[in-house]
Ligand binder design. Structure first.
Ligand code: GLU
Ligand code: MG
Length: 438
């Protein structure tokens, strides 16, 4: 039988979904030049299907302009379809960027950090997810047996990630029911978010070829531990590529520049959780004693901190400086990686622009500290619902320039619609809906 391979040209949208249009692989060269048509209102399609009130209605046309560097092609053998997709930027018909495009937003913020401060960001996304083919068993946490039960999934998944050009790091059974974790190596600029898309979509592609599915839902059930997306990041000099995060004179090793960047992030963390943790059930995960993040605190090797200073596997200064980095923990895969990284970097940029002083490192669990102690450290509890997070995001104005007013208002309209839809359901019903979507 004649077969024609199909390439999907995709965008990552406000709902954190990858949507796009396909074309025959034989047209690849032509499509790389001209892209494919798209509709503004598509970005208002919520995670659960219904379309949020759209400022564009049925009007307008856009084009998805592919970035060939993002092309993923994984061969699953002759009896299975190949997985072949490319990520692109949403542009007006004349090729100029559409200001609401999540990938375009991240690129703008990256460019601003480089032009204003001569710095580039290096990042990688650590993902947790559920593999539905394994049975739920007690005490499977980190267990060799839990690794074994996923059988060929991990081998095929890592092989496919490698084929897509990602640097492999780890794969492990995690603490939660049916939960696994995957990490890949860091990259500079927008590539880190492109690779987060690849990590999620290739996991889905492999599970699907095996007759099952994975879910990156923020939390499987209200009583479970969450599926976090931890964004590891550091800053490098844009000219030399040298790391600029470490200062051996600081007790926990933070340099002044990294300190300003982190201080901006901590100050804006309660507002940007609306973007980095954008599902109604994200707020079941962002609670104390779940090893996620419940406060905007900076922790030294603390797995409950909003931002964590990560451990370094070296003692020699040159190696320490190279490895020393931070981790933003209040994110999950309901967020487009472009929006999540863009929001985190926009907050960091705010800190750099204002030359904010080094933040204080929080020692101990904020939930055990008094109100006065928290206030002295500038620590706040993160918002406890999507609605509360959106209120903070709407009211905060320092980041509006980075987001742009059109993206910000589209995001708010989209997510308020989702929050209202979810408010009619019990937490258990919400979890079930999100499990099936992500
Ligand atoms: N599952 C935790 C979360 O929701 C993270 C556990 C870990 O530190 O890897 O973020
Ligand atoms: Mg983990």
């Amino acid at each position: 039988m004649m077969r024609e391979e199909v390439v999907m040209l995709c965008t990552s949208d406000i709902a954190g979904q990858i949507r796009g249009k396909g074309f025959p692989a034989s047209d690849l060269a032509a499509r790389l030049a001209k892209g494919i048509g798209w509709t503004p209102t598509n970005i208002m399609i919520s995670a659960h299907g219904a379309i949020a009130p759209s400022p564009w209605g049925a009007l307008g046309d856009l084009v998805i302009k592919p970035d060939p560097a993002t092309r993923v092609r994984v061969d699953f053998g002759s009896d299975q379809a190949a997985e072949h997709f490319i990520m692109g930027d949403l542009c007006h018909m004349d090729g100029t960027p559409w200001p609401v495009c999540p990938r375009g937003f991240l690129k703008r913020v990256i460019e601003a950090i480089e032009t204003r401060h001569g710095l580039k960001e290096k990042a990688s996304f650590e993902h947790e997810f559920i593999y539905e083919a394994v049975e739920e068993r007690p005490n499977a946490s980190y267990a060799l047996d839990a690794f074994r039960r996923q059988n060929l999934f991990a081998e095929t998944y890592l092989g496919a990630l490698k084929a897509a050009g990602l640097t492999l790091d780890t794969f492990m059974p995690e603490y939660g029911p049916m939960q696994y974790e995957v990490t890949v190596g860091p990259t500079i600029g927008v590539t880190a978010a492109d690779q987060a898309v690849a990590v999620r979509e290739i996991a889905r592609a492999v599970a699907c070829r095996m007759g099952s599915r994975v879910s990156f839902t923020p939390i499987l059930r209200p009583d479970a531990v969450g599926n976090g997306v931890h964004v590891h990041f550091s800053l490098v000099d844009a000219g030399t590529g040298a790391a600029v995060n470490h200062d051996s004179h600081h007790p926990q090793g933070i340099s002044a520049r990294a300190g300003s960047f982190i201080a901006g992030m901590l100050a804006k963390l309660p507002a940007i959780t609306a973007v980095t943790a954008g599902a109604a059930i994200s707020y079941l995960r962002l609670t104390p004693n779940r090893w996620s993040a419940a406060y905007n605190n900076l922790g030294f090797r603390d797995r409950e901190a909003g931002v964590r200073i990560c451990p370094v596997f070296a003692t020699e200064e040159a190696q320490v400086a190279k490895q020393y980095h931070f981790e933003y923990r209040a994110a999950d895969a309901a967020a487009s990686p472009y929006l999540a990284l863009g929001a985190i970097l926009a907050a960091g940029l705010f800190g750099l622009d204002r030359k904010l002083p080094l933040p204080k490192v929080c020692k101990g669990a904020p939930q055990n500290m008094s109100t006065a102690q928290l206030k002295a450290m500038d620590i706040e509890r993160l918002p406890q619902s999507l609605g509360a997070a959106l209120d903070l995001f709407e009211a905060e104005s320092d980041l509006t320039e980075s987001f742009g007013t059109e993206l910000k208002s589209a995001y708010l309209a989209h997510k308020r619609f989702e929050a209202e839809m979810m408010a009619k359901l019990t937490p258990e019903e919400q979890c079930e809906k999100y499990r099936r979507v992500y």
